[in-house]
Design a protein around this ligand. Structure first.
Ligand code: SAM
Length: 408
């Protein structure tokens, strides 16, 4: 069973169906995200487009942006709306494609699919069909759609890479994709499973903006363009949601792109995914560069020492430039402090950076002034204490903002 931030896939699907089932059944209830016509207007839907939508679908609008800024839908297209909700975008697309085109509105939540059916009938759109299914397993043939639109759904999907691969599969080569979705700038790293509602309120399940763009590129999409970024959460009626969104840098992005002619080769795909620069950025955002640098310092110091001893025991001693060796260890120790220090901005405690700095200075003293294994080890212990303290405080801060137990 896959678990994301402590959630199981079933837990996510149940939470999504509960929340968006409630939006479909009682759209005028209180939600932590904006719903209905005023929400669509605030996001930038033109009034004349809203005037043409039936009240029954518009009152349950729960999108996070205006995906049509991506201009992917053309007359005559077969369009797929993924996570169509009450069907507002599907109905707008139905008008755009005309009677020669066709719109498939897909959603995971049954009461939403009921709303789409009745809204399409009310609006007189015979070219809309409705499917209840998951974005991770689209029940459509390869290359069977010309364009895809999606609004606020991908952040709710547990396996986003799989959903993006499915989009690529069902689009014809050269087909177009427009998507509005929530993205974040700082990833959530604490276990949130005690509160499934956090996932469905659109921040906790969201992807870091750069990673989302990379995910589409990895899958073989081209010409990726950010049509607009918007401060969607400033419209949230909940102060707690606004605080959570602010803390993780959550906002909406509207994207447009095309499906490449061919699926990328396995080698190209893995070369992109295993790019060390990407790995470093990801570690940095997770506040884990300190742990990685400390690990490298220890391996360089004691791993090399152990390897040299082993080689000597085997009668194969090799010469090592001790100054260069010490310089590399010191470099990793300093890098550890550089990585720990920015945590202070987040948790406001200078303790970890101070402990790390003292530890790094002690290690450098042992390496360059007066070597003693005990002093060197004491330095590493202080450095490790700074790193562990910083990780603990970062996690505790996230847990407090999210209102979960997390690391206490
Ligand atoms: C934030 S709402 C947006 C609905 C609609 N696009 C709109 O603009 O009003 C997200 C929708 O995505 C659907 N959804 C969530 N996870 C899904 C999944 N794995 N597959 C398909 N639909 C999903 C939900 O049921 C919900 O209706």
């Amino acid at each position: 069973m896959v678990a994301i931030l402590g959630y199981s896939r079933e837990q996510i699907f149940t939470a999504v169906r509960d929340m968006y089932g409630a939006v479909a059944r009682e759209p005028n209830d209180h939600f932590h995200f904006p719903v209905g016509r005023s929400a669509a207007r605030a996001i930038g839907y033109p009034e004349d487009q809203l005037d043409q939508l039936p009240g029954s679908s518009l009152e349950a609008f729960a999108g996070v942006g205006y995906p049509f800024s991506g201009e992917a839908v053309r007359p005559g297209d077969t369009v797929l709306d993924i996570g169509a909700g009450a069907g507002n975008d599907a109905l707008i697309a139905a008008s755009m494609v005309g009677s020669d085109g066709h719109v498939i509105a897909l959603d995971l939540t049954r009461p939403m699919t009921h709303r789409i059916r009745s809204a399409a009938a009310e609006a007189g759109h015979a070219n809309v069909s409705v499917i209840e299914a998951s974005a991770e397993r689209l029940p459509l043939a390869d290359g069977s759609v010309d364009s895809i639109t999606s609004n606020g759904a991908l952040n709710l999907v547990p396996d986003k890479r799989r959903a993006v691969a499915e989009m690529f599969r069902v689009l014809r080569p050269g087909g177009r994709l427009q998507i509005a979705d929530v993205v974040i700038q700082r990833p959530v790293t604490v276990d949130c499973s005690e509160d499934p509602r956090l996932w469905v309120e659109c921040v906790v399940g969201a992807t870091v903006d750069e990673d989302l763009l990379a995910m589409f590129r990895d899958a073989g999409f081209e010409g990726i363009r950010v049509a607009r970024s918007l401060d969607y959460f400033s419209h949230s009626p909940s102060a707690q949601t606004r605080e959570i969104a602010g803390s993780f840098g959550a906002h909406s992005m509207e994207l447009a792109m095309q499906r490449g002619e061919q699926a990328p080769s396995v080698a190209w795909y893995w070369a992109r995914r295993l790019n060390p620069l990407r790995g470093m950025k990801s570690l940095w955002r997770r506040g884990a560069v300190g742990v990685a640098s400390l690990g490298l310092a220890l391996v360089t110091c004691y791993g090399t020492m152990a390897a040299l001893a082993l080689l000597a025991a085997m009668g194969a001693g090799i010469g090592l430039h001790e100054g260069a060796w010490a310089a590399v260890i010191a470099l990793f120790a300093v890098l550890t402090v550089v990585a720990v220090a920015p945590g202070m901005r987040y948790h406001r405690n200078p303790g970890p950076a101070a402990a790390g700095t003292v530890g790094a200075l002690v290690v450098c003293y042992a390496l360059f002034v007066d070597y003693s294994l005990v002093v060197e080890l004491a330095g590493f212990v202080m450095l490790a204490a700074g790193v562990a303290w910083d990780v603990h405080l970062r996690r505790r801060t996230q847990a407090r903002i999210l209102g979960v137990q997390g690391a206490t």
